[in-house]
Design a protein around this ligand. Structure first.
Ligand code: MN
Length: 469
């Protein structure tokens, strides 16, 4: 029997679960209508022909929003191993019903052409998707306005990677002003690229070429410096900034100082910075743990969890950027073996495991269930202009719903997951808690760790003006 319910002619009733969203935590039934929209939350009797799902003992939460992914992306002579089909299937199984992927307009490229390229790549998505725009050089105010008009209301700028991606402070400041005027949010990769380049050259010149040098040459203080500079530019221009993948306690201290001054600085971290540490780079296969910013010493974890619990860090995204192990070993240069640490493609798989790894923080007492929902769904919906369509379970919202079974045990080994990649950063670990049912606009897309949705059913989300949270 085909259990996928692509059309749901009479809607869906999810009964008896503990509903958690912006309106608090309560035992309630949840109704999604035949158009895929939230119709009611309360004590509800089934309607004729309505598909009824049992959620007793489960948490019923808004579908996760992963605001930082890289799918399909070519990197040097290799490419990330997940495309928009495989990546979004894995996302759905793990409880994420919307992704926002990073378009990049490389120097000399027409940003609108880059956007068309990413949109064509993203068509196979099985869940809804939005796109950010990355500029790698100065652009006109008109270009920023065109992005916003096209539903791309967030602009990424890099303060690192001078060869390919970095823009100078002058460009950041100009784009902050254009974005502020036209209703876009600037997201920043905050590391001091110039200083890091010098450290990398010094390491290579001294013959220090091993994997660990990746972390050694990107110290947390240079993340903190760039974070502070970003905050000061936000303060100076009055435009908000959003720091992607914050990884360290010193960078968080820069954020806190700015927030105390009243600066609008929004912050994202990723599960890898809460669960993994730099010792992974020293072990055999360390190249599979290369990501940027690098994994830090373990003591940073507690600081970041504290920042999440206090609302100083607003969102958790994945920076999902997986590579086959043979592509890691081969390196960006396409040789038989990477020539040194600068040649290793960087990024980790994670699109499937985000809700589980943050729920682990609930179980450990670092954050509350309400924090978990806010960080993984509500705040990214608000910050990235998808509120009130997404991020909560109120009437009229999209029927993006996860029924989370807190007793389901799921291995985090690569073979047990669905991302198209042959290693897992969390090999040997398991999650207690996993989605039992996942709905995207009322369509059942995942059940007990299996994808049951339809190919290419996701829609491009034209995002609105960001809301500050
Ligand atoms: Mn990224």
């Amino acid at each position: 029997m085909n259990v996928s319910s692509a059309t749901n002619p009479s809607g869906v009733l999810i009964r008896g679960g503990t509903v958690i969203d912006v309106d608090g935590e309560r035992v309630a039934d949840v109704r999604i209508d035949q158009y895929g929209k939230m119709a009611a939350v309360g004590n509800l009797a089934p309607l004729v022909n309505e598909t009824v799902h049992d959620a007793v003992g489960c948490f019923v939460i808004p579908g996760g929003i992963d605001a930082h992914t890289h799918l399909h992306l070519p990197v040097g002579s290799v490419r990330v191993s997940d495309d928009f089909d495989t990546g979004t299937r894995a996302a759905a199984i793990g409880g994420t019903t919307t992704v926002i992927d990073y378009t990049t307009a490389y120097r000399g490229e027409d940003p609108m052409a880059a956007l068309r390229t990413w949109k064509s790549w993203a068509e196979p998505s099985v869940i809804d998707y939005g796109l950010h725009m990355t500029f790698t050089e100065a652009v006109s105010e008109r270009t920023v306005a065109e992005c916003v008009e096209g539903g791309v209301t967030s602009i990424k700028l890099y303060m690192a990677y001078p060869e390919l991606l970095q823009v100078d402070d002058d460009t950041i400041r100009k784009i902050l002003r254009h974005s502020q005027k036209h209703g876009a949010l600037v997201t920043l990769h905050a590391e001091n690229g110039g200083a890091i380049e010098q450290l990398r050259r010094d390491a290579l010149a001294a013959g220090r070429t091993g994997v660990f040098e990746h972390a050694n040459t990107r110290p947390a203080l240079l993340e903190a410096e760039a974070t502070d500079r970003a905050a000061r530019m936000a303060e100076d221009t009055g435009a908000p900034v959003y720091i992607v993948h914050l990884s360290s306690a010193p960078a968080l201290a820069s954020v806190r100082a700015a927030q105390e001054r009243g600066v609008n600085i929004l912050v994202e971290t990723c599960p890898q910075y809460l669960h993994l540490d730099v010792s992974a780079l020293q072990a055999s296969g360390g190249e599979n743990f290369v990501c940027t910013p690098p994994l830090r010493d373990p003591w940073h974890h507690e600081e970041l969890w504290h920042g999440l619990s206090q609302g100083w860090i607003h969102t958790v995204a994945t920076d999902h950027c997986p590579f086959w192990m043979h592509d890691r070993t081969a390196g960006i240069g396409g040789n038989e073996r990477f020539k040194d640490f600068t040649d290793i493609p960087g990024g980790l798989p994670g699109i499937e495991t985000r809700l589980a790894l943050i729920y682990d923080g609930v179980r450990a007492g670092h954050i509350t269930r309400a924090d978990w929902v806010r960080l993984c769904a509500e705040a990214p919906a608000k910050i990235f202009g998808m509120w009130p369509d997404k991020g909560h379970l109120g009437v009229g919202a999209h029927g993006d719903v996860v029924v989370w079974d807190p007793t389901m045990v799921q291995s985090l080994d690569a073979e047990a997951l669905h991302m198209r990649v042959d290693h897992s950063p969390y090999q040997g670990r398991q999650s207690v808690g996993w989605p039992k049912l996942v709905f995207s606009r009322g369509r059942l897309v995942a059940r007990n760790g299996e994808f049951v949705g339809e190919p290419a059913a996701g829609k491009f989300i034209e995002r609105c003006r960001p809301l500050l949270v």
